[in-house]
Structures are given as C-alpha cells and as structure tokens.
Design a protein around this ligand. Sequence first.
Ligand SMILES: [Ca+2]
Length: 175
Amino acid sequence: MNLLTTCILIAGIAIVHSDLDAPKTVEDVLQRNQCICPCKPFEEKEYIIPISRTSDWFGAVAFCHSIDMELAEVLNDDEARALGEVIAEEESDSEPEFYWIAANDLGVQGTYRWALTGRSVSYSKWAAGEPNNARGADGQQPAERCVAVGLEKLEWNDFQCTQQKRFICQQFRDQ
Ligand SMILES: [Ca+2]
C-alpha cells in the first residue's frame, strides 16, 4: 500500500466516522457548537436602571435610546431573573415601586407587544388580575396601556403611560 492509498483510506475512514458522529438534530448542533447560541443570554445582554431618574413611559423609551440602549424586554425566565437582580441592587425609599419595561398594548388594546421590535409578548409575569386596563376610580381616565415590573415580586402590572416611574434599559454587548 503506497502513501497515497494510505492517505485516501484514512480520509475515507474519517469521513465515514464523522458521518456516524454527525449531529442529527438542532439540539445536537447547538450542544456541539455552543458558541452558535449562547446558553447564558446575559453574556450578551445587560440591563441597567438609570440613576435617580423617573419618566413617563414614552420618555423612558426616548431616554434609553439617547444612551444607545432600549427600554427593557423580558423574554424568558433567565431574563426575568437577571432583571430582578438589577432591581434588587437598587435602593428604594418609596413603596411600592414599579419600573417601566417595553411591553405595551398601545396598538391594539389587550394585545401586548415589545416597544422596539413589535414582537408579541409571549412570556409574561402578570400579577393576579392584571393587566386590567383600569381607567381610574371614576372610570374616566385613559386606560392603562404600558407595563411596569414591581420591585417586590417582580410581577407585571399595566399603568397609564403618563405616570412617572423608574425604568430599565437594555443593551447587547459586542460579541
Ligand atoms: Ca393595571
């Protein structure tokens, strides 16, 4: 057997072996190539709460943009946990305190979307009885259309978008 034949034989064995060993499902691919899809989203996304600043919901969207961030989206349990950690680091002197996030139903009442992307809100952590689209005690106020996260239980509630609240911005780190 000359060298060329040996090389072809080895290459052939390698191909057959790699075929047998090839990933067969998306999960296989992701497990073998974790850099394709990081398992820890917070290696690439971070939340911040601008210090001592309150705003209505629209101002919160604008402020986050002004510092090259966007109002926070919370897409899954991992993100909810990370958001909770950022809120827990805050010192609060007023209770109960809420923080604006990007969810709103300004387009179609009852259909919640994320401000910037327009993606539907599929993951959510509504408090019991929320969202209630409340219109104030006299029933004459504009309906509640913008969502904030509560300091204590990290549950969501809808509020009138013109209320002044703290808010949370997000940004994606460069990979
Ligand atoms: Ca409400």
